[in-house]
Ligand binder design. Structure first.
Ligand code: GLY
Length: 393
């Protein structure tokens, strides 16, 4: 990595990129009013979300819908234009309905879903209905906390033998909902769960070489850690790029809650491994085990998440040298995304960020825009434009 400090050129570049990204969100608002885009683009355009069991086309299903109102909350903060606030708030109404109906919420992604919808609304507007729904979501997430393992089960029914006791690296991003609930209610069961789940992942999901497993399973009877595998990585021992990025941002955010220096160290371990396994253009392959001659597609979304994590690390550190390193690396990665992975104008694509991969092993969303890639790219741009920005996490 070069040692160039952020320059006015860098700022101009990110400002221009922010303007294009905001123009894309503005264009998408009427296209998707009252409905949700699919997880990924298809040939560059977001279709409506496909119908799911009991949920019609365009409806609020799956784990990624909150990234859409999340982008609108960011756009409102960046522009002060009430169009974005009103549109984002309309989605709050639907997220309140979803949690009251407990519809398609048999998963740990309740944290992603509610941090960026109702928690964001409560934090920004003080809407009490949004606050109540967020607390209900946090209580639902707590039902997945398993004793004696001290982890939150990621996927599926709690009785499903294939999923019992399994957590995944992404889970770290679901914990800020519990941290928020602990702060609102004073109930330490939320904060204890954050501390214990983070500690279990810190001790087991990071390998000795600082790469990470995608998934890790615990024996739910004894609480003993059983071993790691992958679902979306190249193979069980490889390092799925987005998982490593979830590790950077997730451990950094949870360190903010726990104050445990080992959680900060875990975030740095994930970060250093990620940075050391980037190609020369700084846009990661979808699995960090691939190199320049493997012809593997990139996952731009992994980079967008890592950038937000690095910017969080830059804020978190008491060590000014490390903070400067995190900030510099974040800006270099962001520059690379702007150069290689963004449409020239808002008209050229529905996605803010091109060249993501959802799940290569399943053949889903390869070399496409992704809702989460768009959200974290916009969050990164807002973080750079407004260093005092308060996260929704
Ligand atoms: N959290 C699921 C994924 O990153 O694909």
């Amino acid at each position: 990595m070069s040692s160039a400090a952020p320059t006015s050129t860098t700022h101009t570049r990110t400002d221009l990129a922010l303007n294009v990204a905001l123009a894309t969100v503005r264009r998408n608002v009427p296209l998707f009013r009252g409905i949700y885009p699919a997880d990924t683009t298809s040939a560059g355009r977001y279709p409506r979300r496909p119908a799911a069991t009991g949920i019609e086309e365009g409806g609020n299903s799956g784990w990624t819908t909150s990234f859409w109102p999340g982008m609108q909350w960011l756009a409102w903060e960046a522009t002060d234009d009430a169009v974005f606030r009103d549109s984002a708030h309309a989605y709050t109404v639907d997220f309140v309905r979803r949690v009251r109906a407990v519809e398609d919420l048999d998963m740990h992604d309740i944290g992603f879903l509610y941090s960026l919808s109702t928690v964001a609304d409560w934090r920004l507007t003080g809407d009490l209905v949004a606050r109540d729904a967020s607390l209900q979501a946090a209580a639902l997430l707590m039902r997945r906390f398993l004793e004696p393992a001290g982890i939150i089960q990621a996927w599926g029914d709690l009785q499903d033998p294939a999923q019992r006791g399994r957590t995944i690296i992404d889970s770290l991003m679901n914990l800020p909902l519990l941290t928020w609930a602990a702060g609102e209610t004073g109930d330490t069961r939320f904060s204890d769960a954050v501390q214990r789940h983070t500690a279990q992942l810190r001790e087991h999901i990071i390998r000795e070489n600082d790469s990470t497993f995608h998934t890790y399973q615990w024996d739910t009877v004894t609480g003993v850690a059983a071993g790691g595998t992958t679902a979306q990585g190249a193979h069980d021992q490889s390092c799925w790029a987005r998982g490593q990025a979830w590790g950077i941002y997730g451990f950094a955010l949870n360190h903010r809650a726990t104050g445990d220096p080992r959680d900060l160290a875990a975030a740095w371990r994930c970060a250093e491994y990620f940075l050391a396994h980037l190609p020369t253009d700084l846009v990661p392959y979808w699995d960090l085990d691939f190199g320049e001659n493997d012809g593997a597609p990139r996952d731009s979304s992994a980079s967008a998440i890592a950038i937000c994590g690095l910017l969080e690390l830059a804020r978190a550190g008491t060590d000014s040298v490390r903070s400067a390193r995190a900030d510099e690396a974040a800006r270099e990665l962001l520059d690379a995304l702007i150069e290689h992975c963004t449409p020239a104008t808002a008209e050229d694509a529905d996605a803010l960020l091109l060249h993501g991969v959802y799940s290569f092993p399943e053949g889903i969303g390869i070399d496409e825009g992704t809702l989460w890639g768009d959200y974290f790219y916009l969050e990164a741009l807002v973080r750079v434009a407004r260093p005092d920005w308060t996260t929704y996490w």
